[in-house]
Design a protein around this ligand. Sequence first.
Ligand SMILES: NC(=O)c1ccc[n+]([C@@H]2O[C@H](COP(=O)([O-])OP(=O)(O)OC[C@H]3O[C@@H](n4cnc5c(N)ncnc54)[C@H](OP(=O)(O)O)[C@@H]3O)[C@@H](O)[C@H]2O)c1
Length: 287
Amino acid sequence: MALKTTVITGATSGIGQETALALAAQGHALYLLVRNIPKGERLKNQIIGKTGNKEIYVLRCDLADLQSVREAADELTEKLFAINTLINNAGGVFEERQLSKNGFEMTLATNHLGHFLLTHCLMPLLQKGQARIINVSSKAHKWSRPRFDDLQWEQFYSAFKAYGMSKLFNIYFTQSLAEKYGEKGILAFSAHPGLVKTGFGATVKGLNKMMMLLARPFMITAEQGAETIIFLATAAKLEKYNGAYFIKNKVAKTSVIATDTESRNKLWVISEKLLSRYLIWPVINAG
Ligand SMILES: NC(=O)c1ccc[n+]([C@@H]2O[C@H](COP(=O)([O-])OP(=O)(O)OC[C@H]3O[C@@H](n4cnc5c(N)ncnc54)[C@H](OP(=O)(O)O)[C@@H]3O)[C@@H](O)[C@H]2O)c1
């Protein structure tokens, strides 16, 4: 029987893929939440081939489609008794402003709202598993502030600012999870994986592309980028760091804005409101 049950998003590429491989090698039963099933099945076969671990399962979950997130969570709830690790890793940056299936700006939808809903729906299983929730954020959180007056980027759109704000939200979300669910045995961490050579940003153009190309020689491998996430999923005695932001396996400083409790609480309330049609439990912060 597997040591741990781990759910991971965004494992079909880059940092998530290396994290999945490493955790499978350590005997975790892995639930790969993917938007592209053939890609997920190829990854599953690759993981089984490389690690010999057969407890690898693929479920469809498009984080930019809230119905799909609900269905994935419902399927997991039917299949599993508990979850020990949830790795909210999928993410992207979008050159042009675009809308998700539910009409939310795509960066907000994919990088924040989808994971907020997924975590919410899985909370009973996470509590039963005394789980660790790892939200893959970024140093890019420092590029932005919470634009509560224009969360959908209707007045002005910048791909990297929208990305930065979503990564700031990953940090707020982590801190709120630790605060609201810490006493129930949940640990939540956010992490910056480094500047990593992956498929990330492959669709950006112009000046954004130029910046990505200039940064490429300084980028680390996906295997290196996965290290902090694997550390957070497996290291012993992290209780005292609940809610913290990590870089290279160590607690790191966030921007000052990322420590603003008022904004963090506001984000929680707004996210609940935006997702109200899809939430299962009437009040996520009930306990
Ligand atoms: N690379 C970096 O330098 C860097 C730095 C800081 C933080 N990060 C963060 O690290 C995380 C992983 O990024 P990466 O560099 O490994 O990028 P990547 O190679 O582009 O991988 C992104 C993953 O997210 C999945 N994904 C994207 N949109 C999705 C959606 N709507 N529903 C479900 N899955 C979706 C992709 O699925 P498909 O395979 O189907 O496209 C892929 O598996 C992201 O959260 C990113 O913000 C990256």
